[in-house]
Design a binder for this molecule. Structure first.
Ligand code: S3P
Length: 423
């Protein structure tokens, strides 16, 4: 795909439903007793991967009048799949499903695409095995994962990595375990699992940094999925860096464990109006209005990182257009996302003529630097593709994005939105 400089961005962006919340909505509705209706579900590839795995496990999911209807089978109603469960590119699908499958009275196999098959799975294998599951992985401790479900025992588990996927896998396994399961989370991560389980009638509670869960039943109901703030972040940055822009994004999920970038950007000069704050199924939601702004460089490290982990590639693009130095540290997790995002960002920025310093756990960029159009390699990573599509909007000359359509992994209408606000 060829992209060139935009003179101005103006209008409204339509977001997909939040990917993390969509995947949880499908999975939890499947495990509930009764029929659930999901509004606002994302139609991204990762969410479709979760839906297709659940169908293989015997769950009926259908679309009706713009809503998704899930016939919950209850915690013990899943059926042994006849085929391997293909999680595609989705780490959330694989890790959350592993937590559920660990407690089933049958065996199953989770597989993924080339990128997912390289990502670390030891982080979920260790706690699930400690709860009594039997899991075989490749020599490199990656997928395929062969899971022999067992009767699980509750544990107390301190997360060695700040990961909502690992936390969720253990909490979900806890629904099938004897006794209480607690997860100690030294660094806070996104809490959509806890919020949705509570909204569905479970008693999941947090005391300081410890989350408690035990057996129970999930009640079916109407689940609402807000717009995806991680998808919005590409348009927030585009609106800030393309001159004379004004962009509106409605119904954005602003859960504090996901929306750290908003305050950070505002504190550093970004004109972002947050209006009409409300709650939807326990999740905070608002409308955003973004205007072109001069943003100052900033430092993000430590406990801040999990609160904007998926936004770092696009914030690195912002950094090239910011005044002064932007520094990301303690973000080693970026190396095990859909690609090694530290190298993917740095390599592509260098192709665009930018000076970047990389660290084992981060990136440093001093702005403002001119971007030159280049051949961008997406490394099969949707967020790299979208970040550099935004970079192209402020670059001199033509940018060619290989594999641009990868955006469908999280944001199927990404380019349609770019087109409509560039017109
Ligand atoms: C996700 C958690 C994050 C995030 C991913 C989605 C989730 O991963 O990067 O895109 O839905 O729980 P980790 O929890 O592994 O950091």
């Amino acid at each position: 795909m060829k992209l060139t400089k935009a003179s101005r961005l103006y209008g409204e962006v339509t977001l997909p439903g939040d990917k993390s919340i969509s995947q949880r909505a499908l999975l939890f509705a499947a495990l509930a007793n009764g029929t659930s209706t999901i509004s606002g579900l994302s139609n991204a590839d990762d969410v479709n991967s979760m839906a297709s795995c659940l169908r293989q496990l015997g769950v009926q999911i259908k679309s009706e009048g713009g809503k998704i209807i899930v016939e919950g089978v209850g915690l013990y109603g899943l059926r042994q799949p006849k085929v391997e469960l293909d999680c595609g590119n989705s780490g959330t699908t694989m890790r959350l499903l592993a937590g559920v499958l660990a407690g089933q009275p049958f065996s199953s196999v989770l597989v993924g695409d080339a990128s997912l098959s390289r990502r670390p799975m030891r982080r979920i294998i260790d706690p699930l095995v400690a709860m009594g599951a039997k899991i075989e992985a490749s020599k490199a401790e990656t997928a395929p994962l062969k899971i022999a479900g067992r009767q699980l025992q509750g544990i107390s588990y301190e997360l060695p990595v700040a990961s909502a996927q690992v936390k969720s896998a253990v909490l979900l396994a806890g629904l099938f375990a004897d006794g209480e399961t607690t997860v100690i989370e030294p660094v806070e991560t996104r809490d959509h699992t806890e919020i949705m389980l509570n909204a569905m009638g479970m008693d999941v509670w947090k005391e300081i940094d410890t989350i408690h869960v035990s057996r129970g039943q999930l009640k079916a109901g109407n689940l609402l999925v807000p717009g995806d703030i991680s998808a919005a972040s590409f348009f927030i940055v585009a609106g800030l860096i393309v001159p004379e822009s004004q962009i509106t994004i409605k119904n954005v999920g602003i859960n504090p464990t996901r929306s750290y970038l908003l305050g950070l950007l505002q504190r550093n000069g970004a004109v972002i109006k947050i209006a009409n704050e409300r709650k939807s199924n326990g999740e905070p939601v608002a409308d955003l209005e973004i205007k072109s702004s001069v943003v100052n460089g900033f430092t993000v490290k430590g406990r801040e990182i999990p609160l904007l982990i998926d936004e770092i590639p696009i914030l690195a693009i912002l950094a090239t257009q910011s005044a002064g130095t932007t520094l990301f540290r303690n973000a080693k997790e970026l190396r095990v996302k859909e690609s090694d995002r530290i190298e993917a960002v740095a390599e592509n920025l260098r192709k665009m003529g930018v000076v970047v310093t990389t660290y084992e756990d981060g990136l440093e960029i001093t702005g403002k630097q001119e971007l030159k159009g280049a051949m961008i390699e997406t490394y099969h990573d949707h967020r790299i593709a979208m970040a550099f599509a935004v970079a192209a909007l402020v670059a001199e000359g033509e940018t060619i994005l290989e594999d641009a359509n990868l955006a469908t992994v999280s944001f199927p209408d990404f380019y349609k939105n770019i087109k409509s606000i560039s017109a």
